[in-house]
Design a protein. Structure first.
Length: 320
């Protein structure tokens, strides 16, 4: 809580760093540290010697280009233990240390996780990740997740749950979408309703009976039903699918002792919000979050879909 915090971290590859922070709702900005000095003269000299100005020199070919350098004072760096030499520098097969560059990350004022958890949230995608989409549809969300994981050199095991079938969703088409991009298809595509305890048990069984690291989904919005009264009656008082999922997760956690999401894992979802609504009013209520063991991170990121409808990308962390 309070003001934004700046954190220094060491990472092996710029591409991995950029890809990872682009998916982290806690990070508001990121900068590469090209040089550190006690004066402007020392700073400029070090930056020149290490080639940090190379892209500013002799750049006559493009019609136009922009290169930006910023300088400032680093007082309290909140240096993470990831910056320590023994922890940050991994050895390759030949025993040589991989070069790592320093980066500044500015975290949002509502980021409540401790520093170590913030670092893990940013860099965790480099390993084995088990992802569930309980409202999978055509599996576009899992396709994107698989593409990101492959770009980071990681391994992703995904499970999809989809209630539609037949002419609406084709398993063969989904598998072809993945294979045509040289990506591993979902470990299992389960036909059924994620609100069914049996279907959720099947999802966990697909990854060895364990909880998932990430639940990532774009639930059906039900906008038409809400406007017309739909199945929820006059006034559109239908329960959003995300809220129903939270109730189901709470049941698994409290009554069955088989949580769907591991402690420290994330649930990331899109939430539709109409023009006359607030995001908070469209989210699962406090009890549903508490029963599911989930706490919201940050404020959500808005994507405007039309004059009357937006969707927010929200992230919840499992704390118990």
């Amino acid at each position: 809580m309070g003001e934004s915090r700046v954190v220094v971290a060491a990472t092996p590859l710029d591409a991995i760093f950029a890809s990872a922070i682009g998916r982290c709702s806690l990070v508001r900005a990121a900068y590469e540290i090209v040089a550190v000095g006690r004066s402007y003269e020392e700073l400029a000299e070090r930056a020149s010697k290490n080639g940090s100005f190379a892209d500013l020199i002799g750049n006559d070919a493009p019609t136009w280009s922009i290169r930006l350098r910023r300088y400032g004072v680093l007082r309290d760096r909140h240096r993470d233990d990831a910056s320590n030499d023994d922890d940050a520098s991994r050895r390759d097969e030949d025993g040589h240390r991989r070069q790592r560059r320093g980066h500044l990350m500015r975290f949002g004022k509502n980021a409540r996780s401790p520093l170590r958890e913030e670092r893990n949230a940013i860099l965790s995608m480099a390993g084995l990740v088990r992802v569930l989409d309980p409202f999978a549809g055509s599996c576009a969300t899992l396709l994107a997740a698989s593409h990101i994981a492959s770009g980071l050199g990681g391994c992703l095991r995904s499970v999809a749950i989809e209630i539609a079938h037949g002419g609406h969703v084709s398993r063969d088409d989904i598998v072809r979408d993945f294979e045509s991009r040289s990506l591993p298809p979902p470990t299992e595509i389960i036909h059924g309703d994620c609100l069914s305890a049996e279907i959720r048990r099947r999802a966990r069984a697909a990854i060895g009976g364990e909880a998932f690291d990430v639940i990532c989904t774009d639930p059906p919005y039900g906008i038409r039903e809400a406007i017309t009264g739909g199945d929820g009656g006059e006034g559109g008082n239908i329960v959003p699918p995300l809220t129903l999922l939270f109730h189901a997760m709470g049941h698994d956690r409290l009554n069955e002792g088989t949580p769907l999401l591991k402690v420290g894992g994330r649930l990331v979802a899109f939430v539709p919000v109409r023009k006359d609504e607030r995001l908070e009013d469209c989210l699962p209520d406090h009890k549903a979050r508490e029963d599911a063991g989930l706490v919201m991170e940050g404020e959500g990121k808005e994507q405007v879909l039309s004059d009357s409808l937006s969707r927010f990308l929200v992230s919840f962390v499992c704390v118990s």
